[in-house]
Design a protein around this ligand. Structure first.
Ligand code: NAD
Length: 476
């Protein structure tokens, strides 16, 4: 039984959940504690009580602690990468890549701790000095999804601690093992009791308690729009600070002058790697008519070569989807696409392997238009559709015709079109001749429209959320 961690103690849950390997449903990774509402309140109390001391903690202490956490994650990348592949279904290479990213993020914020500074201004009043400084926000509640079980926790926990906040971390019910492993590493870093707390359990119990607690000063949420809105309403009702990262329906535009291999690589990586379970996945491939047929042929050929199998098996390109519920959701959308009149170019059915898992090879729809539900609603699986357009102007207009705005990409050799696209596409992230998924850790991450709400995550921009600004006036 893997326990929760709060007030510096490992504590049994009021209930437990099985953590099942999506590549092999006979493989139970372990039983993980599920906290009750009362236990969640106790964890929040622990964070609340620890905050005044932690807010004053020496920067050198915080910096060394975060750096040490980063070092341990990096030194255990193989083992943690395997655990990630086993728990979430990313391939081993993808799992190791994600673990390395988490380690890099902790080390980045370890260094950021000692780069904190304020600003001085001349006053409009004589003999007055003005200083702008930043203070920690307080107790930060982190409510997280399952698709990046260590990278997303890292990019919220590391800045929260770096800027002097206490953390209550609620991972997704589907990926508690990585959350638990990360907590063990953090608990050994010399962190004072109560500063970091892990509360595993149900969204409507633990998540809801965090969202509604008057002792949680700020909430950073990543997940679906439906849950995000619920969490935001609770937070705003009590005037807590809130940041939301949610879904996407990200366009990848391919123009006639594109290098075909680059276009296919971007589509394969962006739409199908990590089993398409990425908020930045290129689920709409918007292709101009001059290259359309060649692109579809080359892409389908590549997709048919990809091996969908056990995430830990050598040679697997695409791991399973996360669980039966997600598989049902994906197959329901495949049927919706067929019913809407789209052509199923590749895939479309669950496949069976040596072990019982949720295997869905890449699905490519062609002959689709942007009004179809498969192009308007987030599917969050290995499913993408091609939309054929006349020219660049129509491509841009369709790229922007969505309620989402997280990431967007264009494949072209034209400086004119790539510059125009960077300027006019309505998204928080733009990729030129690169996949829409795949970002750096030292620069801002986030979207526009209904993909995101509040300030950006990651890099130095993270301080906007994890600190509050104070302006002081002093008569000299
Ligand atoms: P989800 O919304 O179902 O769950 C997210 C978290 O909210 C989980 O921890 C869940 O337990 C919790 N939760 C559920 N009900 C709650 C409630 N009533 N109150 C408080 N918390 C509650 O999302 P998911 O299925 O885990 O993740 C997939 C979604 O996440 C996709 O939409 C994807 O696009 C999005 N996502 C976005 C980003 C981004 O940065 N934009 C990154 C990764 C995933």
């Amino acid at each position: 039984m893997y326990k929760n961690f709060f007030a510096g103690q490992w504590i049994d849950g009021s209930d437990a959940m099985d953590n099942i390997n999506p590549s092999d449903t006979s493989d139970c990774i372990g039983q993980f504690a599920m906290a009750s509402k009362l236990q969640t309140e106790q964890a929040i109390d622990a964070a609340f009580d620890a905050f005044p001391q932690w807010a004053k903690s020496p920067l050198q202490q915080r910096s060394e602690m975060l750096d040490k956490i980063g070092d341990e994650i990096l030194s255990r990348k193989q083992e943690l990468g395997e655990m990630l592949a086993r728990e979430e279904g990313k391939t081993l290479l993808e799992g190791i890549g994600e673990v390395v990213r988490a380690g890099q993020i902790f080390k980045f914020f370890g260094a950021q701790v000692v780069r904190q500074g304020g600003e001085n201004f001349d006053s409009i009043r004589p003999e007055v000095d003005v200083a702008v400084t930043r203070s920690p926000v307080g107790v930060v509640g982190l409510i997280l999804p399952w698709n990046f079980p260590i990278a997303i926790p890292a990019w919220k926990i590391a800045p929260a601690l770096a800027y002097g906040n206490c953390v209550v971390f609620k991972p997704s019910e589907l990926v508690p093992a990585l959350a638990h492993a990360l907590t063990e590493i953090i608990s050994r870093s010399g962190i004072p009791a109560g500063v970091f707390n892990l509360v595993m359990g149900r969204g409507d119990v633990v998540g809801s308690c965090i969202a509604n607690s008057p002792k949680v000063h700020a909430i950073s949420f990543t997940g679906s729009i439906t849950t995000g809105k619920r969490v935001a309403s609770a937070a705003v009702a009590r005037m807590a600070k809130i940041q939301l990262e949610m879904g996407g329906k990200n366009p990848l535009v391919v123009l006639d002058d594109a290098d075909l291999d680059t276009a296919v690589d971007c589509a394969v990586q962006g739409a199908f790697y990590s089993t398409g379970q990425r908020c930045t996945a290129s689920s709409r491939l918007i292709v101009t008519s001059g290259i359309h047929d060649r692109f579809v042929k080359a892409l389908s050929t590549r997709l048919l070569q990809l091996k969908t199998d056990h995430a830990l098996k050598k040679g697997t390109d695409i791991g399973p989807v996360i669980d039966q519920r997600q598989l049902d959701h994906d197959t329901r959308y495949i049927q919706i696409g067929i019913d809407e009149g789209a052509t199923l170019e590749c895939g479309g059915e669950q496949v069976f392997r040596d072990t019982e898992g949720f295997y869905l090879p890449p699905v490519l729809f062609t002959n689709t238009h942007n009004d179809m539900r498969i192009n308007r609603e987030e599917i969050f699986g290995p499913v993408a559709s091609v939309i054929c357009v006349r020219d660049y102007d129509e491509a841009l207009s369709i790229a922007n015709d969505t309620t989402f705005g997280l990431s967007a990409g264009i494949v072209t050799n034209s400086l004119k079109f790539s510059s125009d696209f960077k300027r006019n596409v309505e998204s928080g992230i733009v990729a030129v001749n690169l996949p829409t998924a795949g970002v750096d850790y030292h620069v801002p991450f986030g979207g526009t429209k209904s993909s995101s709400y509040g300030s950006r995550e990651q890099g130095e921009y993270a301080k906007e959320f994890y600190t509050s600004v104070k302006t002081s006036y002093t008569l000299a």
